[in-house]
Design a protein around this ligand. Structure first.
Ligand SMILES: Nc1ncnc2c1ncn2[C@@H]1O[C@H](COP(=O)(O)OP(=O)(O)O)[C@@H](O)[C@H]1O
Ligand SMILES: [Mg+2]
Length: 243
């Protein structure tokens, strides 16, 4: 297991999880303002709460958990607090550690913060190591290469065999880097028993996202790329899954 240290900061109102491999982590690191010019918003692929940060510890990504829908206008960053253990940032931090322990290509978590900001509400943020040279799949120069899609299919099968239900598997949460393909953005994701048959929903969501985000590719090419992905997926599926 990776080592984790948990610090309680500001009495019982906040919880900060830190990766012991990085020195000096503090709650202020989870606020973009702390970094000033060293934080800049991610331009492609995000929903608006993510920043690239140039820290002394290296290149990081800071993500605040934002609300969507109607409630976003009233409470942009606040969530119902139902206990620290259920807080989204802390859960994502711990899930990333488990996935890394299984040698799956996901970002290294640096810190996660949950802060109570009202009687019943909290705010959350996570800090990750930035994957060097990574770009979202739709803007990768290799997006038209069937071999890349076949490798992605094989990778998805590995995540599924490990039990990872990625509830937001879209093209922008697949990053292509010189050292390979990575999955990101594990908010609300969880490990589940493979026999429960949730895997197809992940693939269906990704396929819808491909149609939307890779629309510059001709439809016939998109179909061929998807077939390559499914070929890679089927080839990697554990034997018992195929029966
Ligand atoms: N660890 C990382 N390394 C490199 N780029 C990242 C990393 N994490 C996020 N990004 C970039 O930031 C974007 C948004 O991050 P993501 O975690 O998907 O948050 P959200 O979709 O909620 O905004 C991604 O599409 C990607 O372009
Ligand atoms: Mg995302």
């Amino acid at each position: 297991m990776s080592g984790v240290t948990e610090h309680i900061v500001s009495g019982h109102r906040s919880l900060l999880l830190c990766n012991p491999a990085v020195d000096g982590v503090q709650a202020a690191w989870l606020e973009p303002q702390f970094w000033g010019e060293r934080a800049r918003p991610v331009a492609v692929g995000g929903r608006g709460g993510a920043f690239f940060v140039q820290a002394d510890a290296g290149e990081l990504v800071l993500r605040q958990y934002l609300r969507g829908g109607m409630m976003a206008r009233i409470m942009h960053r606040s969530y119902l607090f139902t206990g620290f253990n259920r807080c989204r940032s802390l859960r994502e931090f711990r899930l990333l550690q488990r996935l890394r322990d299984m040698h799956l290509p996901v970002p290294e978590p640096i810190a996660a913060l949950a802060e109570r900001d009202g009687l019943f509400t909290c705010r959350a943020a996570i800090l990750l190591r930035r994957i060097p040279g990574a770009v979202p799949l739709p803007v990768s120069p290799a997006v038209g290469d069937p071999e890349l899609w076949q490798r992605l299919g094989a990778l998805l099968a590995r995540f599924h065999a490990a039990g990872l239900d990625h509830v937001d598997l879209n093209c922008d949460n697949v990053l292509h880097a010189p050292e390979g393909i990575w999955l990101i953005d594990f908010d609300r994701c969880r490990l589940r028993h493979p026999a429960q048959r949730w895997q197809q929903a992940n693939l269906d969501r990704l396929q819808r996202s491909v149609a939307k985000r890779c629309h510059a590719l001709p439809a016939a090419q998109r179909r061929a790329l998807w077939a390559a992905l499914m070929q890679g997926y089927a080839a990697m599926k554990p034997d018992q899954e195929r029966q």
